[in-house]
Design a protein around this ligand. Structure first.
Ligand SMILES: Cc1ncc(COP(=O)(O)O)c(C=O)c1O
Length: 392
């Protein structure tokens, strides 16, 4: 019989998958702090601090740096539904599952989408992307920085400039990389960037930091509408088509985060505390030190896996330092190994999707788990589980 009234007492697992990972203890402590009303001056101050902290994390001066309440996907959807007007041309380079997600959302927004693909485990060359932009002339390019499904990171430094030359906006999904890998929103001319907390930022899923620059603001502002119950006498709607989602309407979310504090949703108090603490933890360590720690952890993991005779997945020159794909050896039941790691060693590693399902495991080294001790524990447990199934 299921005991509905048992106390909540989840097992202590080491989460070494592609996210969520174990939240930093400081983040969990921040989430236990007292709630405040959404218009309490102290809470508004916390919102402003959160925006300022994420400017540091995103490496931007963008005024509009805020949280979308929801998992990382909510900010992807908010960006795309607010930037894409029906009929707009949108180019989506797909190098894994999360590229396909952006294709699907862009199509729901009524875009004319051109999909370009490379084999999973590879990334695009700058030349390939530039050629597609100049031939298709999209209004928007929507791309993942890192795709956790393949562990690859697309180089972005040249893409923003190419988009500007052709007057396209560039949206970047940095869910997998923010706080774990260098991402220079301003220097690389990224117009809109969004993420989630549950990977390198070391928080729980449920809040999605997003930043947008003046170019993106211009496109969104022409679609600004205010809900009928909130309009005053001076209100004049934007001349552009209304954004087809209320919850994900970035113009409304910007009004809420602005000094106008125009009511939209009720900010998720506890998640804002969490997001704020994630950024503080990362910035206090310092971005270069954080990135270097992720690289060290990744190297330790990949060296350990190779020493066990396992083969790494994908183009290693473009692998993210925060997640590693490793081929499941022939004759090994990948799911049985994952189950044993979880139930016998309290360690979670990731499965994989689509063409890679059943072929690779994905092991994360993110946030506080990008450290020697968790990596050593994961390697040692995997070694034991694999050794037990070896013949003889
Ligand atoms: C690159 C990328 N984008 C989007 C997502 C979706 O994030 P969420 O599950 O928080 O909505 C993920 C999650 O793994 C991801 O890796």
């Amino acid at each position: 019989m299921v005991d509905l009234f048992e106390d909540l007492d989840p097992p202590q697992r080491l989460l070494m998958g592609p996210g969520p990972i174990n939240a930093h203890p400081r983040v969990l402590a921040a989430m236990a702090k007292p709630l405040l009303g959404q218009f309490d001056p102290k809470f508004r101050e916390y919102m402003q601090q959160t925006a300022a902290l994420y400017r540091g994390v995103f490496q931007t001066q963008n005024r509009w740096t805020l949280l979308v309440d929801g998992t990382a996907r909510s900010a992807i959807e908010a960006a795309l539904v607010s930037l894409i007007e029906p009929g707009d041309r949108v180019l989506v380079p797909v190098f894994g599952r999360f590229g396909h997600l952006k294709v699907e959302i862009a199509r729901r927004c009524g875009a004319e989408v051109r999909v370009i693909e490379v084999e999973w485990g590879k990334v695009f060359t700058d030349e390939h992307l530039k050629k597609e932009i100049s031939s298709f002339k999209p209004k928007l390019v929507a791309v993942s920085h890192g795709d956790t499904s393949t562990t690859m990171a697309q180089p972005l430094a040249a893409l923003g400039k190419a988009c500007r030359e052709h007057d396209a906006l560039l949206y970047v999904d940095a869910t997998a990389t923010l706080g774990g890998m260098d991402l220079q929103s301003d220097a690389w001319h990224l117009d809109v960037v969004s993420a989630g907390l549950q990977k390198c930022l070391g928080g729980p899923p449920g809040s999605a930091p997003l930043t947008l620059n003046d170019r993106a603001e211009k496109r969104i502002a022409r679609r600004r509408h205010v809900e009928e119950g909130l309009q005053d006498d001076r209100y004049k709607a934007g001349e552009g088509p209304i954004i087809r989602s209320n919850y994900f309407d970035l113009a409304m979310i910007m009004d809420y985060w602005s000094d106008k504090a125009l009511n939209h949703h009720t900010e998720a108090t506890t998640m804002l505390y969490a997001a704020r603490e994630c950024a503080r933890v990362v910035l206090q360590e310092g971005l270069p030190a954080v990135f270097e720690r992720h690289v060290r952890a990744s190297r330790m993991l990949t060296d350990g896996l190779k020493a066990m005779g396992l083969e790494l997945f994908g183009d290693q020159a473009h692998k993210m330092p925060n997640v590693t794909g490793v081929h499941i050896p022939k004759g090994v039941d990948g799911e049985a190994v994952r189950r044993r790691l979880l139930l016998e060693h309290n360690i979670e590693i990731g499965t994989s999707f689509g063409p890679l399902h059943g072929k690779i495991w994905r092991i994360g080294t993110m946030g506080i788990n990008a450290n020697e001790k968790p990596v050593r524990e994961a390697l040692s447990a995997l070694g034991k589980v694999l050794a037990r199934r070896a013949p003889g």
